[in-house]
Design a protein around this ligand. Structure first.
Ligand SMILES: [Zn+2]
Length: 569
């Protein structure tokens, strides 16, 4: 009996060890033909995918997943149908909160690093669905503005993995209600796919007997063949490699306006809002050219049918509603896309970080430094939470180094601050010089310190400590407070104040502080390394009442200890 029990334990151990490894296979290549029928909300797909076994073990089973509103039709290897079982798999990586998973038994084991090509077919509908949000309590009305993906008669816009699995993925279940689970699963998917390729021949049929306008977030390479169907337009898109791009398509009755390098796609009825964009283009190009070089690569801004849809940006496409006439918003949206057009980079923190940083600089040009810091401040909440969670779960305190992260809150929001801090530290001229020298082809894995070296040589200043704390490692955020102030006078009666600041955090920074005195204030900057203090003396032409650290330009974990009142002597 005892022996049997041991055997049972052994058996279950073995079967557990052979449990389905859902993330064993990376999809190294997609070659898909996607036919959309907007009037029926339908999507039909067929094509080939190449799976590479990136696990350490041979694999014979693969779990292929698509949105739960789509169904698997066929899976073949070497022209022969293979066995598969289709089952629902609960996961918040899809807007429906579930996936249609095909558990496929391959004809032979695939060894580590080996690949297999599958011919696949699937179809179904992609209606508006906010289940993954409503089931964690987000009201439907609110949820549908962020979960706006759908194929619809009058308007179609569908984002890829992380929103709608309209192409197959291989992921573990993601859960919205469990902290960062969803973002971990989708960031891991992006990281696995970043170097891989996707080719999509995207076709659409007529809507109300007219041909709608169709786009993806990558300029089309050529007209696709569409398999020779009547009344269809097809275009071929290639994502080589995917990088951080989420393949996204949109189809609508767009009015297209082209003014190099920008294509503006607006919907009928939004003419005034579209004009706001057109009018804001010239000054935006002038500003971007001055900092980042001439914008030349094509970029697109496309309208939403629902004016409350949350904007989305990926690759060379920004989707943002043009229903309102908001010239400030149009200006910063244009600046963002034009930076992409001027400065290609395969490093997300450079590509997106610079674009968000440029938005803030543009805002400063129009409304002053405080307006720029307010714009940056909108980013702070996003990664402040992530940084706190990262430091709370101690194993993950290695966190998300900017240099390698696939987490948007880091490579967009935190990176925007990092560029802003660098600008404050080295000045406009040096940073501009460094950015103008930047070449995507030189910024390679072999030279991880390329950006640091460009800025150091322009600024003639050692920035190794800063890059260590903010770019190469994720050390969280600084936390400054005034340790002591000491007013004193020279023999000739000149008033000075010695100020000592302490940084309780694990990331160092150069931070501004302001001494408020009778009749004015004076602002200085000081470098305070991680877990260290720094002291400086400042000439103060009056009786000081308080010291305020940080004008908001350095993201800090705790802002409640930044004002120091000086009691009268
Ligand atoms: Zn961007």
């Amino acid at each position: 009996m005892k022996f049997l029990c041991v055997l049972c334990v052994l058996c279950s151990f073995v079967s557990a060890a052979r449990a389905l490894e859902r993330e064993a296979f990376t999809i190294a290549k997609y070659d898909l033909e996607i036919r959309l029928e907007p009037e029926q909300q339908r999507l039909g797909a067929r094509g080939k995918i190449t799976l590479r076994n990136d696990s350490a073990h041979p694999q014979k089973i693969v779990a292929l997943q698509i949105s739960s509103s789509l169904n698997w039709r066929s899976i073949r290897v070497d022209g022969k149908a293979v066995q598969f079982v289709s089952q629902p798999y609960i996961s918040d990586i899809d807007h429906t909160g579930a996936l249609s998973e095909a558990i496929v038994t391959l004809p032979a084991e695939i060894r580590p690093k080996d690949s297999v090509e599958l011919e696949i077919g699937y179809e179904g509908v992609v209606p508006l669905d906010a289940t993954r949000l409503t089931r964690v309590g987000v009201p439907e009305e609110v949820a549908k503005h962020s979960s706006w993906d759908q194929i619809g008669r009058s308007f179609t816009a569908v984002r890829g993995a992380g929103y709608v699995a309209w192409y197959p993925i291989t992921t573990e279940s993601a859960d919205f209600s469990e902290g960062n689970s969803l973002f971990e699963v989708s960031d891991r998917w992006k990281a696995r796919e970043a170097k891989e390729e996707m080719k999509v021949d995207l076709c659409t049929g007529l809507v109300d007997s007219t041909m709608p306008f169709m786009i993806m977030n990558e300029p089309p390479r050529k007209e696709g063949n569409g398999g020779g169907y009547d009344n269809q337009i097809c275009r071929l898109y290639r994502f080589e490699p995917l990088g951080t791009v989420t393949p996204t398509f949109a189809i609508a009755n767009y009015v297209s306006t082209f003014k190099a390098p920008l294509t503006l796609l607006s919907l009928p009825g939004h003419e005034a809002g579209a004009a706001t964009y057109s009018n804001a283009l010239e000054p935006a190009i002038k500003f971007v050219s001055g900092w980042f070089g001439q914008p030349t690569a094509p970029v697109t801004i496309a309208d939403f049918a629902d004016p409350n849809s949350a904007p989305f940006e990926s690759g060379t496409l920004l989707m943002a509603s043009m229903a309102a006439e908001d010239s400030k918003l149009a200006g910063i949206n244009l600046v963002h896309e034009l930076v992409h057009s001027a400065l290609p980079s395969s490093r997300p923190w450079v590509y997106e970080g610079l674009a968000h940083f440029a938005e803030a600089m543009y805002r400063q040009e129009q409304g002053g430094r405080q307006a720029a810091l307010d714009l940056l401040g909108l980013h702070r909440a996003a990664f402040l939470d992530s940084e706190k969670e990262a430091s709370a779960t101690s194993q993950k305190s290695a966190g998300q180094p900017l240099a390698s992260t696939f987490d948007e809150t880091y490579y967009r929001s935190k990176a925007a601050y990092v560029w802003w801090m660098l600008r404050d530290m080295v000045g406009d001229d040096a940073l501009k010089q460094a950015i103008r020298k930047y070449r995507a082809e030189d910024d390679t894995v072999k030279d991880p310190k390329y950006v640091e070296q460009l800025i150091e040589s322009a600024a003639k200043r050692d920035l190794g400590w800063f890059f260590d704390d903010w770019v190469y490692q994720d050390r969280g955020l600084p936390d400054f407070h005034v340790q002591s102030v000491h007013p004193w006078k020279t023999e000739k009666g000149v008033q000075f104040m010695t100020v000592t600041l302490e940084n309780l955090g694990n990331a160092g920074a150069e931070v501004p502080f302001t001494i408020v005195f009778e009749g004015g204030e004076i602002t200085k900057r000081i470098e305070v390394r991680a877990k260290a203090t720094a002291t400086t003396r400042v000439e103060v032409p009056g009786t000081a009442s308080e010291v305020v650290i940080n004008d908001g330009s350095v993201p800090e974990s705790n802002l409640t200890n930044n004002v120091f009142k000086i009691s009268a002597p």
